[in-house]
Design a protein around this ligand. Sequence first.
Ligand code: ZN
Length: 174
Amino acid sequence: MLRPIVLYPDPRLKMKSKTVTQFGTELKALAVEMTETMREANGVGLAAVQIGELIRMMVMDVNYDKEDRGEALAMCNPEIVNEEGTETIEEGCLSIPDVREDVERSFKVKVKYQDLDGKSQVSEYEGLLARCVLHEIDHMEGRLFIQKVPAVKRLFLKKQLDELKKSYQETVRL
Ligand code: ZN
């Protein structure tokens, strides 16, 4: 089932997500919904808060560059244990439609997380997938990528963000 994506400036996007403690069937069903929602929206990653679930869980399309993409990876309670290098590339967010900006992030990360059965795992990612993990962890902390854009550049984003705020208010009123 596809779930509506929570859009900027919804206050939930500023909230801190809670640690996942319940593993099992319900969590797996949620991971499937998140994966379907992410794929439908052409995203590489999605944090649970983006569908209104304030838990520290994310899905990531680890095979985004392959034709047969198969299952996406679900990570619960991800924590960065090591990061290396930096890279600045243009980034976007499914919760902030049509806004794209250059963001500097680590190029390589080592992440510790729990899988959908609660088992501890460690993985290393680089490039776009490292960026995705960092972006989704930011969501779990209530942070958005636009906060990482330098103030001078953020002025240029203001108009776009104001338009999103306006359409959000219009939607809520209906
Ligand atoms: Zn995002």
